[in-house]
Design a protein around this ligand. Sequence first.
Ligand code: GDP
Length: 358
Amino acid sequence: MKVVLIGVGQAGGKITQALAEFDYDMGFDAVKGALAVNTARPDLSELDIDTQLIGQDRVKGHGVGGDNELGAEIMQESATEVMDNLDGRLTTEAEAIVVVAGLGGGTGSGGAPMLTRELQRIYNIPVYVLGVLPGRDEGGLYQANAGRSVKTCAREADSLVLIDNDGWKASGDSLEAGFERINDAIAQRIGLLFASGEAVEGVGESVVDSSEIINTLKGGGIASVGYAAAESSEDPGENVNTITSVTRNALLTSMSLPDAIDAERGLLVIAGHPERISRKGVERARKWMEEETGSLEVRGGDFPIDSGKLASLVVLGGVERSERVQEFMDRAREAEQEKNKEIDPMEGLENDGLDDLM
Ligand code: GDP
């Protein structure tokens, strides 16, 4: 699936760059353009991709300091400029636009849903948000910001693909090292997903294509991805169990939203050497995924690559009812109420409607 990426805010820019680099290094050519937009000049100057500073008249290049309402306002005022800048990059080749942002901050949290809404008005290809949820130990402001942003992104985007910052970090990592590891993991998994929808030499009927990704990531709501790989045998008959076990690992231990496996739709992509992929294995793994997710709509397909390993890339669509998402929304709601209490004790107990989504 050919995509154009727009990173909003600091995390958005860094992850967009990681995705563009992975796609380039692997020679996939699925990323047709990458732009980073921010209100903070120093964050942009660290990036090698194209950048655009917005809101200079409001915050003078200093960022919005976690104020996601200001982030949304600035994006609204700058949407035309950003669209103009994008026009040249959005070739007819692009099959989807992906807005990338950390949802706990200010610029990305407020700006991503606003930009998504504008993009949806203008373009008739799907617009996805790839959003990062703050970890549990990040402060209340981050949780509250992300709660609001999750709700608006899930409403505005064709799908909000969520990455939980607690999911892919390793214990003992410093914050910076942790971000780097998470960003690399995002680049690999999401990068493979984009590339898997591309026509490759030796195409067979079972090769996954863009329409299957688009049909899994549709109808709004929240999506997640997972990935696992293992060495394979040259004999496909011996790889039946390898395919089912990497799929189990991907779904049960590596999802970007851990423990959120009740889904409306699913996609299972098996990447590996075409001669090593066992059809029986793929079909078994797909059926198992249907049982595990409670979805009757799990698509399956191959991604032929020249590798001695077999990998399973799992995409789940419509996971918003799962416990993990509910738990996060509760955390965000509490943080929102705490914040409101500080400003106006009378408003502190009001429910701001975060559960509209559920
Ligand atoms: P913004 O520039 O105002 O949009 O704010 P940030 O992008 O810094 O967003 C803050 C949120 O993103 C927090 O929840 C951070 O934990 C998270 N974050 C910041 N940088 C990174 C990063 O490089 N990778 C990841 N995965 N998360 C990040």
